[in-house]
Design a binder for this molecule. Sequence first.
Ligand code: NAP
Length: 243
Amino acid sequence: MSKTAIITGSGRGIGAAIAKRLAKDGFNIVINELSEEAGQQTAEECRALGVKAEVYAADVSDYAQCEEMVKKAKEEFGTLDVLVNNAGITRDGLLLRMSEENYDAVIRINQKSVFNMTKLVGAIMLRQKSGSIVNLASVAGLYGNAGQMNYSASKGAVIAMTKTAAKELGSRGIRVNAVAPGFIQTPMTDKLTDEQKNAILGQIAMKRYGQPEEIANVVAFLCGENSSYVTGQIIEISGGLSM
Ligand code: NAP
């Protein structure tokens, strides 16, 4: 039986690139988005690579919606071998101007979603005694970033959750790792001002922004057999933003 990967928030950006990269590696693909329409293009592109792909709409910050999605995906695909916790949002603002609503929204979507999905898919992987989980952290979670108190907190938590899950699940053949991207060109970063983009560019050793496919390649390595003895690790992919 072919292996199946579930990637949250995979209708566009980094998630869509990961879905297509894993499809190339032969994984059947479960695409998650807030709405079914938003995931259809990724699904078609994965099917064109010769694998099965379905879209399941769910807000990953909501445990009940995740439970329903994981149940349906397991029934349809038979196994869930890879989980990529990719869905995420930003609601930037300096601390004193940040609303409680924007703080809570980012924590719920970027952090609680990882608890929801890791618990639900992890239970299936425990029964299978195998699996690989990859979380999307960020350099903001490693070093902090002015204007991103909410986002940095959520991604710092994702790093801690990655290590905790790796310790809990390792003895059962389940590996848990994270990638920490720097500045990657996606709809998430398109909304930054030119001034903000130039300031970031000045700090990158390679003097260019990253592409979603450059994140997907490392995620694919962590999902597959070539990283069979790697767990609990955070791999920074930032073109040398910090060293
Ligand atoms: P993006 O282009 O904004 O895509 C995020 C995806 O997540 C969208 O498809 C979005 O769906 C989906 N999503 C948002 N909230 C959701 C929810 N509650 N339930 C289900 N899906 C949801 O972002 P990206 O740049 O590809 O980022 C992907 C991941 O990488 C995020 O975790 C982000 O924090 C991380 N990251 C990105 C960068 C970067 O420079 N781009 C750097 C470091 C880390 P809708 O289209 O419906 O909103």
